[in-house]
Design a protein around this ligand. Sequence first.
Ligand code: PAF
Length: 282
Amino acid sequence: MEIITTTKQMHDWSRSQVAAGKTVGLVPTMGYFHAGHLSLMRMAGELSDRVVVSLFVNPIQFGPGEDLACYPRNLERDQEMAERSGVAVLFVPSTPVMYPEPPETRITVARLGAGLCGGSRPGHFDGVCTVVGKLFNIVSPDLAVFGRKDFQQLAVIRKMTADLNWGVEIVAHPIIRESDGLAMSSRNSYLSGPERSSATCLYRAIVKARELAAAGEGEVARLLAEVEKIITVHDNVRIEYAEIVEATSLEPQLRVGPDSLLALAVRVGVTRLIDNALLLES
Ligand code: PAF
């Protein structure tokens, strides 16, 4: 596996792959790999000839007071894990490489990026779209793989890619969960023992909402009341949002339909966790 740290080297490597007739799959990450990341890398490997994993903790997608400074990092371990997953290139640019000057340009996906996490983290998706756009330009991938845990991120990136004719296929990977249902996330490493136990409330709330919807409960307000009951029982958990939206438009719904998605963002202690699921998915 090659480690590349400059945009020029990365660009030249990608051009050499195109010249050799190889397809390139990109997995954009912020590092601190877990089984979910490895699964994205494997999927990229199944769908393309060469896999590039980018590892960059992107400062412009963090708001003031968020966890940029303490975001978990372990490059040596990440390197070994990526290598074992058959990755061809680990692209690890520094902040001055990605942003040699303070960037004045942002990509905004206006409507899809406005609600849910966009509401509680103003400017977050502008930062995500801008860095993903830069990575698309630097790596020129044929496809890019993103996890469904960040459902809104996936929707926003799909829209950006279509609106700007990027010609990159956006591939969605299912959520990878721990055995007790907690969605895997690098931020789970922040949780204390008691917080880790409480954190299963997101998945328990999802399971309950899906059971009720499958049994015919169609009132969104009643489903959300059940979800809130399960989550707020824990003293160390606070709901940032719990919404049922239409999965494509992300518009809030009053009644459950075939594409209803339950989207959750909660604070467990100070750690912000998100999760989501289609309510009527078989
Ligand atoms: O999902 C993430 O890890 C980040 O938002 C991404 C897509 C790598 C952009 O920094």
